[in-house]
Write a protein that binds this ligand. Sequence first.
Ligand code: UPG
Length: 479
Amino acid sequence: MSSKPHAAILCSPGLGHLIPSLELAKRLVTHRNFTVTIFAIPSPTSKTESELLKAAATPKFFDIIELPPPDISGCVGPNVAVVTLLAVMMREVRPAFRSAILGMEYSLRPTVLIVDLFSTESLSIGDELGIPKYVYVASTAWLVALTVYVPVFDREMEGEYVDQTEPLRIPGCKPVQPDDVVDPMLDRTDQQYLEYVRIGTNFPKSDGILMNTWEDLEHKTIDALRDEGLLGRVAKVPIYPIGPLTRSVQSAGSTSTGLREEGLFNWLDKQPCESVIFVSLGSGGTVSFEQMTEMAWGLELSKQRFIWVVRPPAKSADAAYFTSGNRDDDPSTYLPKGFLTRTHDVGLVVHLWAPQVDILSHPSIGGFWSHCGWNSSLESITNEVPMIVWPLHAEQRINATMLTEELGVAVRSKVLPLKKVVDREEIKEMVRKIMVDKDGQAIRGRVKELKLSAAKAWSVGGSSYNAISQISSGNQRKC
Ligand SMILES: O=c1ccn([C@@H]2O[C@H](COP(=O)(O)OP(=O)(O)O[C@H]3O[C@H](CO)[C@@H](O)[C@H](O)[C@H]3O)[C@@H](O)[C@H]2O)c(=O)[nH]1
């Protein structure tokens, strides 16, 4: 039998899930001397995901097994929500995952199982193998708190969450405003809500919850999750804040083969320190045509330098605001007439995808206008970049509230962008606020503090360093 602990990490499709799983794998290898096998289900349509997996495989830190995406066309309708899609896919992939593990030579089988938020039904495979099993939430402790508490809300609360007149109270945590609830809580009759409640019910069946945050960042929520008198009685299992787990510049660069446009970095090198705002709405986020027009005008009126990663606008206000775009889409067909020419000297428009971590770490970057997916938020903090937060979907509304109200590292629009088109004047003000105004200096100071606190968490003896050491290496197997 191999004497090394071996973690199997099961990861759902999507870059926002894949990237933090790869980072967790690296830490388990470097800090715990684990062997790691990542079981990934790459989206068939995402070239970037396959590039990322290919790059992660060299040099060989850990094994990656790609499970074929299951055919779920018979289980879901054509326009189901992303959470439903991911939950059903991870349910249907379970037999293939189980067979892949049981097909391993006994001595090489995993000694620990780690599944992501959408894969909690596979925790039972850990029981079958008789090994410790963890859930890894690649987001905040606040999201973990909301998720473990949603089954209680479900039992005790009447009506839709978005119609509540009072904030949703979670013991020991900052309450969640009805407008901020995560996407699956928007409609209690939708399948994604049922899936989400089930996920919340499954968390306490694990042996612990890993999360991409750190003690000092969210100490109140983390304390509540541990406190038997508060949320601990619902969460029931140990909590491991092991963040921030983000890509380093080197690893991000190597995954963006062919995308690291030399021209972009040559241009950035010529700009003054902290003078450029980077605008990017995550791995697939976009906005309506009307909103995109206002964004373009707002940027232009702010008179600030920018790099803007653009994707074709969503077709209607009801569209999912998530697209992988098309390589043939030409930004000049959907950006305001003349915008590209007028801003030629101060801005760069990048089509679909840019090497984000490399850009954020460049000294010329002074602000990040982001959809505040948690990976992007952490990349901004660890590179000391203040943000404009522009939540679109998933848990991004609670992230936005935390980044502005709790942490003070970001500014936001008066009304949520998906509720009302934010006009060019307000956008101009927000951009100037973080890039030029005095307020921006205070925000910059706060991000600097958080960057130091993040580094401390991962230094020897720091809270995240210690937390990852406490994850069981699981040396006992039943079968
Ligand atoms: O042009 C781009 C766009 C994105 N990225 C990278 O892609 C990742 C995107 O992750 P994230 O910012 O978390 O956004 P999503 O892909 O939208 O992530 C999903 O998963 C996250 C983690 O669970 C959640 O916080 C989000 O709300 C959810 O949408 C980051 O590492 C970015 O650096 C690039 O390198 N270049």
